[in-house]
Design a binder for this molecule. Sequence first.
Ligand code: 6PG
Length: 203
Amino acid sequence: MSGSVDFVAAFLSRVRACSGVFTCALTGGSAATTLYPRLAQSELDWSRVRFFLSDERLVPLDHPDSNYRALRQALPRAVLEPVRTELPPAEAAAEYARRLPPTLDLVHLGLGPDGHVASLFPGHALLAERALTVASLTDSPKPPPARVTFTLSTLTAAREVWFLVVGASKRPVVEAVQHDLTCSFPAALVARAARSTTWFLEY
Ligand code: 6PG
């Protein structure tokens, strides 16, 4: 499955099939300027969805690097839970974790050229984090350095994970994650452990 029409149709069908409020974590990155604007134009009942962020940069919510700012612009009608980025990193992570539902219905993840997802980067100590559902880091190799991110346990506990991959340069990474069982990219760790994964390839 790939392409924006599939993406929007699939999202609408998931929300319609949910009896209560559907919970979805959005990704940062270029999904905000490719797929999400098309969702914004759909006939989604926005009151039936509560949106979170699978990671966030610890900058003011109106800062150009803020995922919340980009997602707010892309999805102006969304009920979107911002991270309290004014708090110290560990406190911001713990405070956001307290607002998460026990199990998310859906998590969207972009895919970095190094195979990172959310703000979980190759070789980073956070990949071994099992206690926290949301963690903080101040050494992100992708700027800005200070972030909060869902941990692997949160990503793999979600009912569904959708990978929203933008740009043909990611094709080799997608191939490795999907077909190399020895691949240790964070995206591969998620894909192998998730309850359900779907790929939307925008290239
Ligand atoms: C972030 C994003 C990050 C992003 C990937 C892919 O806050 O930086 O959440 O994980 O999804 O880096 O970004 P692109 O889709 O822009 O390549």
